[in-house]
Design a protein around this ligand. Structure first.
Ligand SMILES: O=C[C@H](O)COP(=O)(O)O
Length: 245
């Protein structure tokens, strides 16, 4: 049931890692008491997937941060879902706002990636979210519904998908959405998914989540967990994992 179920907590390391830094994170995940009421997935940069996977506690899953929409071929610099699976990861993050903004990934490409990743047997953390400009122009709903539709049209198995609502203005800025702001969008998204796809899906929040604000966010009925950036490399990640005991 929303608000009381298992929290899904993802840690997106973005382009931050070295073996030394990975060891530190693995160290606090091993020594901290991790709630049984959380499903935990960490997402190191691709070159470290296998290294991190081999050292993590068995109850922590692993995600790639991106993949291409093809199985193999002449796509220099890209990685495929088949490769991600081959090195032992079971998840991939797709549609992150940094992929959309910096690497110009559009809804159509993200949809194709979601489709291919699921058909290759990966589970998907699919990200959506509005910019500050869009929020101020009262376009939040329009934007997240459009992004969700492009993703939803390509989902073959909703049990293998987690939707991450990440308002772009909250990412890495220290400006967390208030619990009410997050809840408001989550509840609308849930209704949108229900009416367009007749499905229920876990909807997690991302954007300046910390050990301090996680509990209150997690108390919201429609917040099923978090996608954490900066704080996922710090000891406070354990507090975020334990935000709903
Ligand atoms: O994927 C994670 C989000 O981009 C949030 O990043 P942040 O927690 O550093 O704001």
């Amino acid at each position: 049931m929303p608000g009381t179920g298992k929290l899904f907590v993802g840690g997106n390391w973005k382009m931050n890692c070295s073996k030394k830094q990975a060891e530190e994170v693995i160290g606090f995940l091993k020594s901290g008491k991790l709630s049984d009421n959380a499903e935990i997935v960490v997402s190191p940069p691709a070159p470290y997937l296998e290294y991190v996977k081999a050292r993590l506690p068995a109850n922590v899953g692993i995600a790639a941060q991106n993949c291409y929409k093809e199985e193999k071929g002449a796509f220099t610099g890209e990685i495929s879902p088949a490769m991600i699976k081959d090195v032992g990861a079971e998840w991939v993050i797709l549609g992150h706002s940094e992929r959309r903004a910096i690497f110009h990934e559009d809804d159509a490409l993200i949809g194709q990636k979601v489709k291919h990743a699921l058909s290759a047997g990966l589970k998907v953390i699919a990200c959506i979210g509005e910019t500050l400009q869009e929020r101020e122009a009262n376009k939040t709903e329009e934007v997240v519904f459009r992004q969700m539709k492009a993703i939803g049209d390509n989902i073959s198995d909703w049990d293998k998908v987690v939707v991450a609502y990440e308002p772009v203005w909250a990412i890495g800025t220290g400006k967390t959405a208030t619990p009410e702001q997050a809840q408001e969008v989550h509840v609308k998204l849930r209704a949108f998914i229900k009416s367009n796809f007749q499905k229920d899906v876990r909807i997690i929040y991302g954007g300046s989540v910390t050990g301090k604000n996680a509990k209150e966010l997690a108390s919201q009925r429609d917040v099923d967990g978090f996608l954490v950036g900066g704080a996922s490399l710090k000891q406070e990640f354990v507090d975020i994992i334990n935000a709903r005991q």
